[in-house]
Design a protein around this ligand. Structure first.
Ligand SMILES: [Zn+2]
Ligand SMILES: [Zn+2]
Length: 493
């Protein structure tokens, strides 16, 4: 709602007619004349003029009176065309970054890849935005958190929401450093949590942790009046089906297409549940994954969903008012999707690299095992100590910092950035496996699940493990009874 109008509504008694018009955000002129309150309406769009204006006096008369004695006018002529929200789907190349402004407040969802940090900074500065009231980082993949350190460092940040999924990559460490620098923490929302900003509200739909970062993406709806936008980060089919099965109301006007239009996301089930009018894909032109894939784009076209895409259209904005959504440009007419084989091949390559890594890892381990037992045991306790240090300031941040400090993970699934592979290599080298008699518990640094070392179920692969001697050590690193392995139950029942 327009703030000035809000003030006016407080200071005078508005007739029901005004209230209705005010809600509809049309051009409204308010004037107090003599004893009564008179409304003059001039509709900007004019599409629903008929049901709107019932002036009590002839319009021309009143205008004259106002013009004759301007000092008597308690209310300023005002155009209340301010939309409920303006959504900026910022072109950040291969990644996501959406900015939503509403009544002077700002929500940012994801912060693009590393190289887009400066671009996002400029985008905000050009609009004289000083504060991001809420920052939601859907999941810690580099194409979503890469520019977050710049945003957090350069702007006032009200509150940060993140998924509990932790990754050991340089971007995550930089993000963590930026959060620490600002002496902030972050909150891990639960499904059903809500918050308001400006005239909008945000409802988290799912905050589940899976074995991979994409499915663990925070998923939520931003509502402005009766319009809403669905965001699901890079969630894929498995998480989508779980979400649909949860029975929550997922319907939304705009669908921010998950995982940049990958064939792995936007299942028929999810699209049925959202049933959007518009879809927006954020990705880089001619990206190596083939996003958005033909499968997804065809499905959107068949459903008659208008498509916008940052790769060929650049930044797209949508002004949401209660009557309509005004887009900055016409939707894409071509619906040309990329080849999903590109992503399939890419995933295979990653998988092979992963397997090779763990094979090398295993060889190294067996060769060094005998000599390294003592060293490794010491190293494990050092890791736990550094976790302890990080946990004092903020419980929630400690989960992130602690897990990073103690975590050793393999290659990131969605990036083959050099920076990242070198981190992964370093990790592999330092990941010495202690002999089994030295530890009792194994944590999975990806999903924070805690196992007993003799668990007969699926233990995490070596590169995702962290070892603990006691439950206390595990807890210091952020592991909890709630997230214990259901098979071996380290805490018992
Ligand atoms: Zn991702
Ligand atoms: Zn992504």
């Amino acid at each position: 709602m327009n703030k000035k109008i809000k003030k006016i509504a407080k200071s005078i008694q508005l007739s029901p007619v005004i209230k209705k018009r005010k809600k509809n955000n049309k051009l409204v002129t308010l004037a107090s004349v003599g004893i009564g309150l008179v409304v003059i309406g001039a509709l900007a769009g004019g599409n629903d003029a008929k049901e709107e204006v019932i002036p009590e006096e002839p319009v021309v008369e009143v205008v004259k009176e106002i013009a004759e004695d301007p000092n008597d006018i308690p209310i300023i002529l005002e155009e209340s065309q301010e939309p409920l929200a303006v959504v900026h789907f910022i072109d950040v190349g291969q990644g996501d970054c959406t900015l939503i402004e509403s009544a002077g407040q700002y929500l940012m969802i994801d912060a693009g890849p590393d190289e887009s940090g400066t671009k996002i900074q400029k985008y905000l500065q050009d609009r004289e935005i000083k504060k991001i009231d809420y920052l939601i980082l859907t999941h810690p993949d580099s194409d979503h958190i890469g520019g977050a350190d710049v945003v957090i460092t350069k702007f006032d940040i009200g509150k940060i929401y993140m998924s509990s999924f932790v990754k050991d990559n340089s971007y995550y460490s930089q993000l963590q450093e930026a959060i620490n620098y600002k002496e902030m923490g972050f909150e891990i929302p639960k499904a059903g949590n809500t918050f308001d900003f400006g005239d909008c509200s945000v409802t988290f739909l799912q905050a589940k942790i899976y074995d991979d970062p994409n499915n663990s993406s925070l998923c939520f709806k931003v509502s402005a009046g009766d319009k809403s936008i669905f965001f699901g980060g890079d969630m894929e089919r498995q998480a989508e089906i779980d979400l649909v099965d949860s029975g929550k109301d997922l319907s939304a006007t705009i669908y921010h297409v998950s995982h940049h239009g990958s064939y792995t996301s936007s299942s028929k089930e999810l699209l049925n549940a959202i049933n959007p009018e518009y879809a927006v894909v954020s990705c880089k032109v001619d990206n190596e994954y083939g996003h958005p894939h033909k499968e997804t784009v065809d499905e959107l076209r068949e459903r008659g969903i208008s498509l916008f895409r940052t790769d060929i259209q650049g930044t797209v904005t949508a002004k949401i008012s209660s009557e309509s959504i005004e887009w900055s440009l016409a939707p894409d007419q071509d619906y040309i999707g990329g080849d999903s084989e590109l992503e399939k091949k890419y995933k295979e390559k990653e998988l092979t690299a992963d397997l090779e890594n763990s094979a090398t890892d295993a060889k190294e381990v067996s060769a060094k095992e005998a000599n390294d037992r003592d060293v490794a045991a010491k190293e494990a306790s050092v890791k736990v100590e550094s976790i302890d240090d990080g946990s004092k300031k903020d419980d929630l941040a400690a989960i992130g910092a602690g897990a990073v400090a103690g975590a050793v993970v393999g290659n990131e699934a969605t990036s083959k950035n050099n920076k990242e592979s070198s981190t992964a290599k370093e990790s592999v080298q330092t990941n010495d496996v202690p002999a089994s008699q030295d530890y009792v518990y194994i944590g999975n640094v990806n999903n924070m699940k805690l196992h007993q070392s003799n668990c007969t179920g699926k233990l995490p692969k070596e590169s995702n493990r962290v070892y603990f001697h006691t439950l206390e050590e595990a807890e210091k690193a952020g592991y909890t009874k709630e997230n214990q392995c259901k098979n071996c139950k380290p805490y018992g029942n």
